[in-house]
Ligand binder design. Structure first.
Ligand SMILES: [Zn+2]
Length: 463
């Protein structure tokens, strides 16, 4: 009798110790959500939970299973809301939010040469870039973008502001043939790019990159030098490719039939290259992009607004070219809302191909998350909710009138949801916005600053 009691007591004690050992303390758990994982099996877990420790996701499972295994210092109840990977904007020019609505209803060449390049020549400065990046970061956090790829001037200022806001960025220092605010020559621009890359190379949030603007704004020597630098330093190359039909004229002057074949002829194409737009491509161009491992950033709203054309997204998907979504700069969009971009990508491809299945809701969500991560070479780190990946997570309300009722969360995310529906934004395990309150930026100050800059921009373009 005595022996049996002791044995039972020992077993009870041992199981308590074992249970205590298996419960792991973590920094943050999101519970009760409709967890859209965007993993390989496209699992949706309801009610699901995501456990985060430090910068990493440690579990994605049912709420019951996660509760059994983890105790969190902070818990967010996401009942009735979608929990999904943060959106990846593969192409923008963040500070251009300060030119939002400055010049509309124009084609790319006239818009660029008559309005944007002159406005930039008169207004771009480190202060302008910082104020613009803060405004863009605020808009991205408020609309669920957690990673963005950028091409602009004074990229080190953009990197610093991006880090302060807490966002993840693949940030490319622009290289352009003519004198600009941060470089008088492309050689100066390249030297600036190299310094920028060395400064931010090991940063947990910033991936520095080289961004030769386009083939029509750079000669062959500059393009080759930019690509050589990015390969030598092991960083991405961001470039506008075949955005408009007229860009092929430059390629023809340089002895190639198309923009893509010209870039290949100078040895430019390869892994790490992100081609923004890639609208005007033929079948052999697409095969080249695929075989060279180039990623494509599709920007349907900007392409529609500037009447640039329609990228063959259905064909890219069929050929398994890495393709993600982007907004482009806010001067040609005119916002940074990736939900709007998902919807536009889906609708535009349906109408272009007379095929309602060309880009389904599921495909649009994948393009805006894991697809974009693959384009940026970051699909091992971000783009889906899976243990071991960085904790870039958004929580999206599904309670608006236009979201009621709900049968399929993927359908709602693409066809009725707006950026404003995002409630909470988390990057690298850090909560940047909670219940629509941005914690890393002073919203009122950012908006006030932007309005002040608008006065400077208006005065500059008036003369
Ligand atoms: Zn662009």
């Amino acid at each position: 009798m005595w022996k049996a009691t002791t044995a039972v007591a020992l077993i009870v004690a041992w199981s308590l110790v074992a249970a205590a050992q298996t419960i792991r303390q973590v920094s943050l758990v999101i519970t009760n959500g409709i967890v859209v994982t965007v993993d390989g099996a496209n699992r949706i877990i309801t009610p699901g939970a995501v456990a985060i420790d430090g910068s990493d996701i440690v579990a994605v499972d049912t709420t019951d299973n996660v509760r059994r295994q983890f105790r969190a210092r902070q818990t967010i109840d996401a009942a009735g809301q979608v929990v999904m990977p943060g959106l990846v904007n593969t192409h923008t020019h963040a500070p251009m939010v300060l030119y939002r609505g400055l010049a509309d209803d124009l084609a790319l060449d006239e818009w660029l040469t008559r309005y944007i390049f002159p406005a930039e020549a008169k207004t771009v400065s480190p202060e302008f870039v910082r104020a613009g990046t803060r405004l863009a970061a605020l808009e991205m956090i408020e609309s669920g973008t957690t990673t963005y790829a950028d091409m602009y001037y004074f990229e080190e200022e953009i990197a610093n502001e991006t880090k302060l806001a807490g966002l993840r960025g693949v940030l490319g220092q622009t290289i352009i043939q003519f004198p600009v605010a941060d470089a008088k020559t492309p050689v100066e621009g390249l030297a600036r790019a190299e310094r920028f890359i060395q400064t931010f190379k090991s940063d947990p949030l910033i991936t520095p990159a080289v961004a030769p603007h386009a083939i029509y704004t750079n000669d062959s020597a500059t393009l080759k030098a930019a690509r050589e630098m990015s390969m030598r330093l092991g960083v991405p190359t961001l470039i506008h490719v075949a955005e408009t039909q007229s860009e092929a004229m430059t390629a023809k002057e340089r002895g190639s039939a198309t923009v893509v074949s010209y870039l290949d002829s100078i040895g430019f194409l390869g892994p790490g290259v992100v081609a923004a737009h890639a609208v005007w491509v033929n079948e052999s161009d697409m095969a080249l992009l695929k075989s060279r491992g180039v990623g494509v950033s599709h920007n349907p709203v900007s392409n529609m607004k500037l009447a640039s054309g329609i990228a063959p997204v259905k064909a890219y998907l069929a050929a398994d070219v890495a393709i993600g979504l982007g907004t482009d700069g806010a001067a040609s969009n005119n916002d940074l809302d990736m939900f709007e971009t998902m919807r536009a990508a889906s609708f535009l491809q349906k109408v272009a191909t007379s095929d309602p299945t060309a880009v389904s809701a599921r495909t649009a969500v994948r393009m805006a998350t894991i697809g974009g991560a693959r384009v940026l070479g970051m699909d091992k780190q971000i783009g889906s909710l899976e243990p071991g990946k960085r904790a870039d997570v958004i929580i999206v309300s599904m309670s608006a009138t236009r979201q009621t009722p709900m049968y399929d969360p993927l359908s709602h995310l693409v066809y009725v949801t707006r950026g404003d529906d995002v409630q909470t934004t988390i990057v690298n395990g850090k909560v940047l916005m909670r219940d629509r309150k941005v914690l890393t930026l002073d919203r009122a100050a950012v908006l006030r600053d932007a309005k002040k800059w608008a006065g400077t921009v208006s005065a500059a373009v008036a003369h």
